[in-house]
Design a protein around this ligand. Structure first.
Ligand code: BG6
Length: 491
């Protein structure tokens, strides 16, 4: 099967932080793939910006190297060469007022042409860059700004950043990226729920026993120690990726796929989350930190050694029991967990349905396990529906829990595009459905802040776990206390 490509209009895209890791590893490979698929119209221009004194020729060489490293087998010399013809470079120190006129001279004069400013920088620069763009008259009616998480480190700093960007760009032209929303299977969650009559009638606490959301990584903090030390897993993963997944699982059907219709429903979920604070954090949260262990086929150091701080209290693992106080979900817990240096990289949402009310089978048939729907985001995107079926054979009635397994790559015979490919094209099209609105980001922080404050008050070190294991024993106890367990068997 060939995916249908709809060309986007010609655009000018400026990448602030153009020599950084995100630009090299993710943004340019994503743009390159969209270019190869013929999605760009001529003339399109991509302008890398940073304070490093490259010229365009040297910059193109560095992008060519990045593409060879990160764009996979499609990165052939001839296609890289044609792609690079649209790549330009401007030296600019965003703290200074010099150099902005060079940037201006790179743009097409047509005021209706799409101009996109991608801020692949730290959040401290978001407001100041937006203000400089305005001060140097670079913001046209067709301009839009793209910012990455983290948007602040709590609700107050997020509001401050949002105010600063909002003073220059109207909300509908601010694209806040949470790259999890661009993942193919995350969008499939909406297709699964709202394009099939099967699930939605069962999608509530009368039929769903509990939901698990796992985002596990086998990597450690790599070269991001200084960022991670000030962040930790709660801010880095839960405030954004896990809460966004929870919203898509739990939200009411939106009236349409319009950006605000979807975002209104997600916001209602965030506002319905039962607060976790000092009164209940001990019962509902677990924070952990990895010690030395074995991961990715070898011995690895602990987090404290990796960041060179034996006293560090930063969590690399979080598990939460989350409750949603509304008619649909009251009584159905959502168990969330995320961590680094876990046994494997896997992101999965598992919806476990309630047990059958009465069994007609005898003990010889075996235990009747719950029907489970596992939606796998990565790796091997797909959906598994675990059902009880009869074991084949003439003797007796023995039941087995087996999956109906749909692997998307096999089913559609096409490779799912990277999240950034989809998201970047959505920015050019002006479609904000898969981006976070200001009120969503701030509502998510307002729910996260009391958890962090409770942990500070409790003043307990994060619980240790060995690299290569599924987190501290307390995370298992969190679920077992309710007579349940994490569903490792689907992974
Ligand atoms: C980022 C986090 O947002 O997501 C990283 O800052 C994390 O710490 C990454 O490793 C995970 O993304 P993915 O797409 O590899 O699951």
């Amino acid at each position: 099967m060939v995916s249908r490509i709809v060309q986007v209009v010609p655009f000018d895209l400026v990448v602030f932080g153009g020599t950084g890791d995100l630009a090299h590893r993710k943004l340019f490979p994503a743009l390159f793939h969209r270019f190869l698929d013929g999605q760009f119209s001529h003339p399109t221009k991509i302008i890398g910006v940073s304070r490093h004194s490259f010229d365009t020729a040297a910059y193109r060489l560095s992008i060519a190297k990045a593409l060879k490293g990160f764009a996979g087998a499609s990165a052939r010399e001839d296609s890289i060469k044609s792609f690079l013809e649209m790549v330009h470079y401007v030296v600019l120190d965003v703290d200074s007022d010099l150099g902005w006129d060079f940037l201006e001279s790179e743009f097409d004069r047509d005021p209706s042409r799409v101009r996109a400013f991608y801020l692949a920088t730290g959040p401290d620069h978001f407001g100041p860059i937006a203000q400089k763009l305005a001060a140097h008259s670079l913001v046209t009616p067709a301009s839009r700004i793209i910012v990455e998480k983290p948007i602040g480190k709590d609700s107050a700093s997020a509001a401050f950043i949002n105010d600063a960007i909002g003073a220059v760009f109207p909300e509908e032209r601010i694209f806040r990226i949470d790259h999890y929303l661009g993942k193919e299977t995350v969008q499939n969650l909406m297709a699964l729920r709202f394009a099939n009559a099967l699930f939605e009638p069962l999608w509530n606490s009368a039929h769903v026993d509990h939901v698990e959301i796992t985002v596990a990584e086998s990597i450690g903090v790599e070269a991001r120690a200084s960022y991670y030390e000030n962040s930790g897993a709660l801010r880095d993963m839960v405030q954004n990726h896990l809460l966004q997944l929870l919203c898509l699982v739990a939200m009411e059907p939106p009236a349409s796929l319009e950006a605000d219709a979807v975002r209104d429903e997600k916001l209602k979920v965030l506002k319905s989350l039962v607060p976790i604070d000092a009164s209940n954090a001990t019962a509902l949260t677990v924070r952990g930190q990895y010690r030395a262990g074995a991961s990715e086929g070898g011995a690895v150091p602990g987090y404290a050694q990796e960041v060179g701080n034996e006293e560090t209290q930063t969590e690399t693992f979080v598990a939460l029991k989350v409750e949603i106080a509304n008619w649909r979900w009251a009584g159905t817990p959502f168990y969330l967990r995320t961590g680094k240096r876990l046994p494997q990289r896997v992101s999965e949402v598992i919806v476990s349905f309630r047990e059958v009310p009465h069994s007609i089978f005898t003990a010889e048939s075996g235990k009747i396990s719950q029907t489970m729907l596992a939606i796998r985001l990565q790796p091997d995107e797909g959906i598994k529906l675990w059902l009880m079926l009869k074991e084949p054979g003439a003797g007796g009635m023995r039941l087995q829990h087996v999956p109906l397994d749909m692997n998307f790559a096999e089913a559609f015979s096409i490779h799912a595009p990277e999240a950034y490919e989809r998201l970047l094209m959505d920015v050019i099209r002006g479609n904000a459905t898969l981006f976070m609105r200001r009120d969503e980001v701030e509502a998510a922080w307002r729910w996260i802040d009391p958890i962090r404050e409770a942990w500070t008050q409790m003043n307990e070190p994060p619980r240790p776990y060995f690299a290569g294991t599924w987190g501290p024993a307390a995370a298992i106890a969190l679920v077992e206390r309710d007579g349940r367990s994490w569903s490792e068997e689907t992974i």
